[in-house]
Structures are given as structure tokens and as C-alpha cells.
Design a protein around this ligand. Structure first.
Ligand code: ZN
Length: 137
């Protein structure tokens, strides 16, 4: 995996094969103006197959959202073609503004300015529930 095509930017690596588009959509990458490369089904010794997303800009990344989709992801931060930072994500305890509660009777449905907050209630099965009404995500 060569990162020399990026001078200043971010590489989201070790994405479980098939999850790249979920990340692209959930993190709103379609709204970015910079160039983005989605590389799917890359051969990986560790994972068999993986997806990679390269972003040609140092945009802020929502680590909670990434950890929610795929806790095995790593993030490489590149400045002047040099790898300056490597971060990993975890399954987050809480999600702020990542998911929307689907319960029509939930207080967040009528009070739009309330932040959507979900908490991890079952780590094994990765179940998140709305903090306000306890509806499943
Ligand atoms: Zn709710």
C-alpha cells in the first residue's frame, strides 16, 4: 500500500471489505470538494480483503462514527508526504450526532435542535440505544 500519491491528507485503512461505501455515506464524504479514492477489496495478509479510503485533504474525521461502523479501522495522517500520525478507533461508548432516532414519538423527533445521542448498551452485539427513548439504533 503506497501513500505517496497523497501529499497532505488522510488514509482510512483496514476497513472491513464492503464497508467503504457505508463510511463514505455516514461521514458525508460526498459533500467534500477534495479528491477521494475508494479502493475496494485490496488483498491484506491480516484481513484477507479490505477497503481503503484516501482523502487528499486534512479534514476532521468523526472517530466515533468510524468506530461504530468498523472498530478495526486505522487512520494515517499524512503531511508533506510523510506519515505523521497513526490512530486507531474503538467501539465508542456514546455516539453524538451520528445516528438519528427512528422512533416518531422520541423527543428528538419534535425537538430538532436536540443532539442525537446513542449509548452502547450491549458491547457483544454492538447494540446502541437512543439516550432519550431507549429505541434501538
Ligand atoms: Zn429516541
Amino acid at each position: 500500500m503506497h501513500i505517496d500519491s497523497i501529499k497532505d491528507g488522510i488514509v482510512i485503512d483496514h476497513i472491513t471489505a464492503g464497508n467503504a461505501m457505508r463510511i463514505y455515506n455516514l461521514l458525508g464524504f460526498d459533500k467534500l470538494e477534495c479528491s477521494i479514492a475508494i479502493i475496494k477489496n485490496v488483498g491484506s495478509k491480516k484481513m484477507g480483503k479490505k477497503d481503503i479510503i484516501k482523502i487528499d485533504s486534512n479534514i476532521p474525521i468523526n472517530l466515533e462514527a468510524l468506530g461504530y461502523i468498523d472498530p478495526g479501522i486505522t487512520i494515517d495522517v499524512i503531511r508533506d508526504s510523510v506519515l505523521v500520525d497513526k490512530r486507531s478507533v474503538d467501539l465508542p461508548q456514546t455516539l453524538h450526532g451520528v445516528l438519528k432516532c427512528k422512533n416518531p414519538r422520541c423527543i428528538t423527533s419534535c425537538e430538532q435542535e436536540l443532539e442525537q445521542i446513542f449509548t452502547l448498551t450491549d458491547k457483544e452485539n454492538r447494540v446502541y440505544r437512543c439516550m432519550y427513548c431507549e429505541a434501538k439504533a
